[in-house]
Ligand binder design. Structure first.
Ligand code: ATP
Length: 251
């Protein structure tokens, strides 16, 4: 008689993104010194720090624009250190462009059609448009409006709609709320929440600490190219007397 072994506990899901002891810079200029950072699937990491602390450099490493001089980058369980940005993009790393990257003199719909046709061809475009309007109902309402006449927040939503349709596993946003009115920042963050709920992980680079904490599961604070504080959002809540000085480079 054969005895059936109890099934082993399911293997832990691999991290979606991991930077392990990463050093990186620009030619002779060193910007990151042994940065460790982890993003599990379907979670949000807020990357905080003062100007020049290395946030954008981390983003560039994570999206393959800069190759670490030492250390490793893993995506979805695979060592992807040294892979080019376009290869990482094909695997699901999408870097949302800064600011309002839309064609101002085209309608909302033409902006979307232009992007979708390039990726999905004429036939695939209709379904993708419907998908985009489902995720961003405001874009559906304003489909005939010229993109240049949308509010700042709406223009950011439109640029997100353009990149999201590629079905990213990880969306990286760099200073998405820069220059927006608080009420509009709330709307943009609501959209980010919807994106997270759709199963995509997020790395959010933000100056607005409190805003980032509304959505983040994990927080990492950089200063002078090093991680000076990291933990869950709850832990950061308890560390508020440390968090703000760290973000402002005073630790
Ligand atoms: P900010 O919030 O001001 O964008 P940041 O936290 O994103 O800052 P980085 O842009 O990553 O910081 O810069 C980290 C360090 O790398 C800084 O000392 C900066 O001067 C340097 N650096 C950034 N880009 C370059 C570059 N193209 N060439 C040389 N040094 C650079």
């Amino acid at each position: 008689m054969t005895v059936t072994e109890p099934s082993a506990a399911p293997a832990a899901e691999p991290l979606l993104l991991e930077l392990r002891d990463v050093y990186a810079g620009y030619g002779p200029f060193r910007s990151l010194f042994g940065v460790d950072l982890q993003i599990p699937p379907r979670s949000v990491l807020a990357l905080l720090g003062a100007n020049g602390s290395g946030k954008t450099t981390v983003v560039r490493v994570a999206s393959g624009l800069i190759v670490p001089t030492a250390g490793h980058l893993y995506f979805d369980g695979t060592d992807v250190t040294g892979q080019r940005a376009y290869r990482l993009a094909q695997q699901g790393v999408v870097h949302a462009p800064e600011g309002r990257s839309v064609f101002a003199s085209l309608t909302v719909e033409d902006n979307l059609v232009l992007t979708f046709r390039e990726v999905f061809g004429r036939r695939g475009t209709k379904a993708k448009l419907e998908q985009a309007y489902e995720l961003f109902p405001r874009m559906g309402e304003r489909r005939r409006q010229l993109a240049g006449t949308l509010s700042g927040g709406e223009q950011r939503m439109l640029s997100l709609a353009r990149v999201l349709v590629r079905g990213p596993k990880l969306l990286i946003t760099d200073e998405l709320s820069l220059g927006l009115a608080p009420v509009i920042i709330d709307e943009v963050y609501e959209t980010l929440g919807t994106i997270r709920d759709s199963g995509c992980s997020l790395m959010i680079v933000e100056q607005h600490v409190h805003q980032a904490l509304t959505l983040a599961d994990q927080v990492v604070v950089l200063a002078k190219g090093r991680v000076v504080l990291s933990g869950t959002r709850e832990e950061m809540g308890d560390l508020s007397e440390k968090l703000l000085p760290a973000v402002h480079g005073e630790l």
